[in-house]
Design a binder for this molecule. Structure first.
Ligand code: ADP
Ligand code: ZN
Ligand code: MG
Length: 482
């Protein structure tokens, strides 16, 4: 790309849907369980049969309040639902219950690495069903289990300036919904969904360019790749004398290309009007205060507390609090760590534990080593019972057991006879043998080639199968060679 690209500034705003973890649907008592067979979690209300009436699930309001408060929003005391009318086979009612001009939450923000991203609004709505196009049988099927499952939509201000910032903003939202325990945050599985609005303008220009909206993005990476492509496309179009026209685009992850959707698919006139079957949502001061009080500790607060309480660097605290599960695990380990060895606990989690989670693609909740046993391992190193290298060996063995006692590093060290040798007479026997076996190096060392010390240390450690105390080894080699 050339200097042309540098002349422009991208402007991005995201619309994110989060599927809430309530047990029952938004306006009926059907289960939201996704493992149920198709069309089993349905009733006349979510199927929109005439004469049925929706009843608001209080938890839906509770959850959106949590999100609104965590995202620094103003909470509207009285808000209303609206009907968004459109026809689709997976929407039997012919309209979706949503909120239009009076959302519960508005004018908030979240901070991402020094940039404040405004949140225009967060509102409640219901999900539609799912159409399944089975090309093999040439049939389209519809599963209505998802009809009426509660969603919140989080609309950002056009404050995002790069695809990377869009990625970071999504990461932040995911972190928040998971910490708040309102959504499982999985974009691949559709519990978080994102539509990306993007335009470009000449740098320094005050006005926004015409935007396009990109849909069909099902991973954070897809969002940032699609934005990269779309920004480039718009700049090239403008540079060649063309004009960006308002379009809904779809993204193809394979070719990493956006293309316009058929215009029929975007020809929407939703004819919003107030939902006559539901009363106003009334959120009083008391409800807001109770929810605020019950908010869990959020990542930034947690990180600050970790620095204070466990005396770990800010960097560590940041990494450890990215995921609530990891932060909990760290605290679990620290509960039984002796002395001030929290930094060592942090190192083990940030390197060895996270490596396993990555390799095995498992969440921390599925990690086999208990916090207590990892803490025992950290303690054994601190007490000089095992070296760091032996500890890695023990750790690998711990991974093979789920039984708490078999996984206990004390047991493994005892059974495998890995206890560190600190007894100098035992170590000296090995040192003497190594010197005897290496007369050439001994001569060179005595002639002043002191950097050979490392060679001897290595030999002794190998001979002792890594169990000799490295400090004692060093001292004994020097005294025996001197
Ligand atoms: P629409 O009327 O098309 O729904 P909205 O004004 O409601 O548009 O905005 C939808 C999303 O698009 C918001 O996240 C907003 O920040 C973003 N947006 C609005 N205008 C622009 C623009 N010119 N460029 C990029 N994003 C924009
Ligand atoms: Zn139902
Ligand atoms: Mg809009």
């Amino acid at each position: 790309m050339s200097e042309n690209t540098d002349k422009y500034e991208p402007v991005i705003g995201l619309e994110v849907h989060a599927q809430l973890k309530t047990k029952s649907k938004a306006f009926c008592s059907c289960s939201t369980d996704f493992s149920s067979p198709p069309n089993t979690n349905i009733c006349p209300v979510c199927l929109g049969h005439p004469g049925t009436l929706p009843v608001l699930n209080r938890n839906l309001v509770e959850y959106i309040l949590r999100m609104g408060l965590a995202a620094n929003c103003t909470i509207r005391e009285r808000s209303i639902f609206a009907r968004k009318n459109y026809f689709y086979p997976d929407l039997p009612k012919g309209y979706q219950i949503s909120q239009f001009d009076q959302p519960v939450c508005s004018s908030g923000y979240v901070d991402i690495s020094g940039n404040r991203i405004g949140i225009t609004r967060i509102h409640m709505e219901e999900d539609s069903g799912k159409s399944i196009h089975d090309f093999a049988s040439d049939k389209s099927l519809v599963d209505l289990n998802r009809c009426g499952v509660p969603l919140i939509e989080i609309v950002s201000e056009p404050d995002i300036r790069t695809p990377q910032q869009a990625y970071d903003y999504l990461t932040k939202l995911k972190q928040l919904v998971v910490y708040l325990d309102i959504c499982d945050g999985n974009m691949e599985e559709g519990s978080l969904r994102c539509d990306a609005n993007v335009s470009v303008r000449l740098k320094g220009s005050k006005e926004f360019g015409t935007k396009c909206e990109v849909k069909n993005l099902n991973s954070f990476k897809n969002v940032s790749d699609a934005l990269d492509y779309e920004i480039k496309r718009q700049i090239e179009l403008l540079e060649s004398g063309g004009k960006v026209t308002h379009h809904t685009m779809t993204y193809d992850a394979k070719s990493k290309v956006t293309s316009p959707m058929r215009s029929k698919e975007e020809a929407h006139d939703y004819r919003y009007f107030p939902e006559p079957d539901l009363v106003n949502v009334y959120v009083d001061e008391n409800w807001i205060n109770e929810t605020r009080k019950a908010l869990p500790e959020l990542p930034e607060q947690k990180a600050k507390r970790f620095v204070k309480m466990f005396l770990i660097p800010e960097y560590d605290a940041d990494v450890l609090t990215q995921e609530r599960g990891i932060a909990d695990y760290f605290e679990d380990v620290c509960a039984t760590v002796k002395g001030n060895n929290y930094k060592s606990a942090s190192n083990w989690i940030m390197t060895e534990v996270m490596r396993i989670l990555n390799d095995e693609k498992i969440p921390i909740e599925k990690f086999q080593i208990s916090g207590k046993n990892l803490s025992s391992l950290v303690n054994m190193i601190a007490e000089g019972k095992i070296s760091n290298n032996i500890a890695k060996e023990v750790f690998a063995e711990m991974l093979n057991h789920t039984d708490a006692e078999k996984q206990n590093p004390e047991t493994i060290v005892r059974e495998k006879n890995l206890l560190q040798v600190t007894d100098s007479s035992e170590i000296e026997i090995i040192v003497k043998k190594v010197i005897e076996d290496n007369p050439e190096e001994t001569k060179r060392y005595k002639n002043g080639e002191v950097k050979l010390l490392g060679f001897f240390v290595g030999k002794v450690m190998k001979e002792s199968k890594g169990k000799a105390n490295p400090k004692a080894v060093n001292e004994l080699i020097i005294s025996n060679l001197g």
